[in-house]
Design a binder for this molecule. Structure first.
Ligand code: PRX
Length: 659
């Protein structure tokens, strides 16, 4: 990320909230923002209690706000009870939104399907009744391995309605990754589809489920429920498999929402850490939903007339908070998009915005960067060739957005009139943490700007001491917040070790390096651990290394990230084979074989961009791989660092040459 850091730090442009926008914003002007900030800092418990009473409907009111007695295992609103699905659906029926469009499903082939809040409610109830009839109840866990679809949202909401904790697995993950998650979470139910459509092609999903369930250790899974997306041929296990329409369609359209405690786990979502297997990040019901709803108001400035579009897949946290829960809790009309930004051509986003009159658009920098390239080359797919006048707010998420991409987004997509909310957050935080409030915060391209009310974000040194403005350090959150991670599923020790290291004295460690300027604006510099961010997707270097060494030919592997103009970071793998080092065409062929192997082991998103073979890896005398040197050679730069502890300096020369 070095290039983007250097350019962001000299950024001096400031964009004030447009006057018209600020006037009507949910949080208006600096005064509005400061008032919320001060109220939350002055008396956090009173502040959160007020928000939780105002924004959520409780079946049993809470009397306690934050319980710190088992820190860092915090509880929020612990004795309150509610149901998340009732807060997303039934609330809208009561508020007069029954006939309002809840979801516009934009299929891969461009055909749109609309569904009202009443219809969505009915379908969620039907599936929940079907699951109930199969014996599923509160406390069980389900795996959802489905494409972007109304059905995926229905599946998540139906689980929430019954108190079944869901764990969504991105459809691009392999059978092996799926198996890891099914067994770790102890799932009793799997929901999937026959196939998914992406870029005009049908991609099978069910075979990965069949393979995963056949690997052993999944005996607790009683049913696999299959959504018929394409009608493609699937293998069928009559004892286990059921069509989703057979389970749901004949059921009643009302289903009483099962009341759960505020802390009941709504979902577990796996994400990469610096060591070991992916972590099952556990989220609560009440605190999580409060944050989803609140940030819809604060950050997306949600208004009844908005058409909201978050392009993230429900397999990631962004698709949880800002597709499956937030927009529904806020009563908005939203787009659920099945396709890819480049199909049938690179104008797809802009055409969809034009067609459905999208007013709030939220996507990732990697998508913007890839579209800049094609738009500049071909006028027909340039945003200027479309009517984007419905847009009033833009958002960015998942990785730092470089100022050049920010400016392009602002000028060409936002027509210079739409604020951009660059939202910093993580799977673990549940929702936005550091981000502009569009009617209040002056924007600086490349900075996610200021903290949200109640979010005590700060930059500290290795022992938790505050660092001065403009100094780099560790990004921490000093006090708990309602939507924070509640634990790593099945591994409380790892939770404490990863997020609350003792030397930081109880602060939440985000894992990002950052700095804060004199205006209180944060500039994220990237991960401080061995976590990579490829196209906004989080991957652990260890995971990719483990996949590589699982190949019979590989003796050793080290994986690093290299800055990439489109994907943010790209994976470069250094590999030592059990046999002699291949060269020329043989190295190219073996490199391809290993890249495909990683795609099969983890999923295509983990495929290394480049593989370099060596006789050895650069190691210290005690045998530790010197990754910092590999990062330098991966970039094609000369090593100027101190290499006195390196045992085999000659190896750097060998590894510095691409295959
Ligand atoms: O490094 C930060 C980066 O993405 C990481 C979180 O990844 P994940 O849990 O997959 O969640 C992504 C979607 C919320 C963070 O530790 N990141 C996320 N948003 C930003 C960002 N880096 C810079 N600016 C952002 N707006």
């Amino acid at each position: 990320m070095a290039n983007s850091i250097e350019s962001t730090l000299v950024e001096t442009r400031v964009f004030q909230p447009p006057e018209g926008f600020a006037q009507h914003a949910n949080v208006s002007g600096q005064a509005g923002y400061q008032a919320l900030l001060e109220a939350a800092d002055r008396d956090p418990d009173a502040f959160w209690a007020k928000q939780a009473r105002e924004y959520l409907q409780w079946t049993k009111p809470f009397t306690k706000v934050l319980d710190e007695s088992r820190a860092p295992f915090f509880e929020w609103f612990g004795d309150g009870e509610l149901n998340v699905s009732a807060n997303c659906l039934d609330v809208n029926l009561k508020n007069g939104n029954a006939d309002k469009i809840a979801i516009i499903f934009e299929a891969d082939d461009g055909v749109a399907k609309k569904i009202t809040y009443q219809e969505l409610h009915d379908r969620v109830c039907q599936l929940a009744n079907g699951l109930k009839a199969l014996g599923y109840k509160k406390g069980e866990r389900s795996i959802i391995y489905m494409p972007m679809s109304i059905e995926a949202v229905v599946a998540m909401q139906a689980c929430a309605r019954l108190g079944v904790t869901h764990s969504v697995v991105f459809g691009g993950f392999s059978a092996k990754s799926l198996h890891e998650r099914i067994t770790d979470v102890g799932a009793t139910l799997v929901l999937t589809a026959d196939e998914q459509m992406r870029g005009g092609k049908a991609i099978a999903l069910k075979p990965a489920v069949d393979e995963a369930l056949g690997m052993g250790g999944c005996e607790a899974v009683r049913h696999c429920i299959v959504y018929k997306r394409t009608g493609g041929k699937v293998a069928w296990d009559a004892k286990r498999d059921l069509w989703l329409h057979d389970v749901a369609d004949k059921q009643a359209k009302t289903c009483e929402a099962v009341t759960v405690g505020a802390e009941h786990p709504l979902f577990i979502l796996y994400t990469s850490g610096s060591t070991g297997k992916p972590k099952g990040v556990q989220h609560s019901s009440a605190g999580y939903l409060l944050w989803a709803k609140l940030t819809m108001q604060w950050v997306f400035d949600a208004k009844a007339k908005d058409v909201f579009w978050c392009t993230a897949d429900v397999g990631w946290v962004t698709g949880h908070t800002y597709v499956a829960y937030g927009p529904l809790a806020a009563g908005l009309t939203q787009i659920v998009f099945e396709g890819v930004p480049t199909y049938p051509n690179a104008g797809r986003f802009w055409k969809t915005i034009q067609e459905h009159k999208v007013s709030i658009f939220y996507t990732a920098p990697t998508a913007i960067r890839s579209l800049i390239k094609t738009s500049d080359a071909e006028a027909a797919v340039h945003p200027k060739s479309f009517d984007l006048s419905s847009l009033r707010l833009l958002g960015s998420v998942g990785e730092p957005i470089n100022p050049e991409a920010w400016m392009w987004y602002h000028t060409n997509v936002g027509g210079g009139r739409c604020p951009i909310v660059d939202t910093w957050w993580q799977t673990e935080t549940g929702g936005h943490m550091i981000t502009p409030m569009p009617g209040a915060t002056p924007l600086k391209p490349g900075s996610c700007t200021t903290r949200l009310p109640g979010i005590t974000a700060a930059i500290v040194d290795e022992v938790g001491g505050d660092v001065a403005a403009g100094q780099g350090g560790l990004l921490v959150i000093k006090r708990p917040w309602p939507s924070m991670i509640r634990g790593i599923w099945g591994d409380p020790e790892r939770y404490v070790k990863s997020y609350f290291p003792p030397e930081l004295g109880g602060y939440y460690l985000a894992g990002d390096g950052a700095q804060c300027d004199k205006d209180g604006c944060f500039w994220i510099m990237g991960r401080i651990d061995d976590v990579l961010n490829v196209s906004g997707h989080r991957l652990g270097t260890m995971e990719v290394e483990s996949a590589l060494v699982a190949h019979e030919m590989v003796a050793e592997a080290a994986v690093v990230g290299r800055p990439d103009a489109t994907t943010g970071e790209a994976i470069v793998a250094f590999v030592v084979l059990k046999r002699s080092r291949p060269e020329g065409d043989e190295a190219i062929a073996l490199g391809k074989q290993l890249r495909d192997w990683v795609a099969k082991e983890i999923g295509p998103i983990a495929k290394p961009k480049e593989i370099r073979f060596g006789d050895n890896l650069p190691k210290t005398r005690s045998g530790k791989i010197m990754r910092r040197l590999l990062r330098v050679v991966a970039k094609g730069e000369a090593v100027t660092q101190d290499i006195s502890t390196l045992e085999n300096p000659a190896i750097l020369d060998q590894l510095s040459k691409p295959v």
